[in-house]
Design a protein around this ligand. Structure first.
Ligand code: IMP
Length: 436
């Protein structure tokens, strides 16, 4: 069975932990969008491992990790990531395959990202400044370089000279960014290809063969549904399709190959960067969630904005992705609160709204309508079944799934692999072995 794991909120839901847990039962783990803006954290053996481009199946030696055509690769950054993994004794040859069609993030993309954000001032998106928007723009505008292009440094020089001739140099100069030099990029390309070339392979062909042979594939999403470029809180989004619909397009496979979709959600909500967030709490509750949940960005270290679970956004994610199950993370963080709330609807200009409005102007004015439930004091560490949860915790979860209109497939009560509950009847029951 092929399973996709996607973020069902604004990113940082804990997808890395879920993918790492499920990975042993799959032959292939494939990333389909995003690039070094992602920061997937996997905790095991008392250590925390941060990944950016590389799929979270990399810690399992028999799993092949594929990075698909719809992703972006920053050669310098991925080489740092590779060096850190090698230093921990993790072999990459034969375990990591990069698509020749992935687009390359060049230094000019990073410069443009930072410069635009600076100029936007108070209206900035709050990007990770990794060059994501400009690199996806250059792909859409057809002046990007792809990984396969790096194999031929002379061709790189010719392509960069051509893009300079078509105005990219002026664009860089207009924002005060360092000029792009064709010879310099060509020289870098030689080094990049020397180090990355051995990892480049036919990702799409490998997926086609695996699908034909019935080998199970795990698709790994980055960021989250509400950051999807088409369906998220545009323009406060990332520049790719984060939803499950992005998988077939980015990997070059049939939509029907995505057989099941699991949406990862926190038991509350967080967001980094600017943009509407109806349940945000800028007071004591927000601080309490941020500290208890260690809500600081993996990539940028920024404090995350925090608030109650938003079942309206949750339902929207269930429908957009066709979610079969929710993986609820950080449930332990809610212990010790006298009451817990869930947003069940919004109010906008005196009217009740049951879904996410299309513009951020409207969304910024949407006021959550809350349902309040009694809290629980017991810590959840060591709890291994839903039946063993405190009564109020169980009641909260029941209401949570009812409002989100999706069953719980997995519940995480701590960062470690072992702090995970897979309920009876969950579609993820075959993965219980990984919890020990
Ligand atoms: P970009 O992807 O760097 O262009 O950033 C666009 C928006 O997406 C910003 O609000 C970022 O904070 C957010 N974002 C990008 N990647 C992640 C992620 O992995 N987790 C959470 N938010 C992200």
């Amino acid at each position: 069975m092929n399973v996709a794991v996607v973020g069902a909120q604004w990113g940082d839901e804990g997808k890395g932990k879920v993918v790492d847990l499920l990975a042993p039962n799959f032959s292939l783990v494939a990333r389909y969008q995003g690039g070094p803006n992602a920061g997937h954290t996997v905790v095991f053996g008392g250590r925390s491992h941060a990944l950016q481009h590389i799929p979270s199946g990399i810690f399992h030696p028999h799993v092949r990790n594929l990075v698909g055509a719809g992703t972006l690769i920053d050669p310098d950054r991925i080489l740092e990531e590779i060096a850190a993994l090698r230093a921990q004794g993790i072999a990459l040859e034969g375990h990591l395959v990069l698509s020749p069609r992935s687009h390359v993030i060049l230094p000019c993309h990073r410069a443009l990202d930072a410069a635009r954000e600076g100029r936007l001032g108070g209206s900035a998106i709050g990007t990770t400044k990794k060059g994501i928007g400009p690199a996806y723009s250059s792909k859409a505008e057809r002046w990007g370089l792809r990984l396969a292009d790096l194999a031929d440094a002379e061709e790189v020089e010719r392509q960069v000279a051509q893009l300079l001739a078509t105005g990219v140099g002026d664009l860089l100069a207009s924002v005060g960014a360092e000029p792009l030099d064709a010879k310099d990029v060509a020289a870098r390309a030689r080094g990049w290809w020397r180090d990355l070339g051995p990892l480049v392979g036919d990702v799409t062909g490998e997926l086609h063969r695996a699908i034909a042979a019935g080998q199970p594939i795990l698709f790994e999403g980055a960021q989250g549904t509400m950051l999807d470029v088409d369906h998220g809180t545009y323009p406060f989004v990332t520049s790719s399709n984060t939803i499950a619909g992005g998988i077939p397009a980015s990997l070059g496979i049939a939509p029907r190959a995505v057989e099941r979709v699991v949406g990862v959600v926190k038991a509350y909500t967080t967001r980094v960067g600017a943009g509407p967030f109806p349940t945000e709490d800028t007071g004591a509750l927000g601080d309490r969630l941020r500290e208890a949940g260690r809500e600081y960005g993996t990539v940028t270290g920024r404090p995350r904005r925090c608030g109650w679970f938003d079942a309206v956004a949750g339902r929207y994610a269930v429908r957009l992705n066709g979610l079969d199950a929710l993986a609820v993370t950080k449930f332990d963080v809610l212990s010790g609160l006298p009451t817990v709330k869930i947003a069940v609807a919004y109010e906008l200009d005196g009217e009740r709204l049951d879904t996410v409005p299309p513009t951020v102007r409207e969304y910024a004015r949407a006021v959550p309508v809350y349902e309040e439930l009694p809290g629980w004091n017991e810590p959840l560490t060591g709890v291994t079944s839903l039946a063993a949860l405190p009564k109020n915790a169980r009641a909260y979860l029941d209401r949570f799934t009812e409002l989100a209109e999706c069953p719980i497939g997995l519940l995480s009560v701590g960062p470690d692999r072992t702090a995970t509950i897979i309920p009876d009847g969950s579609l993820l029951e075959p993965f219980r072995g990984a919890l020990r």
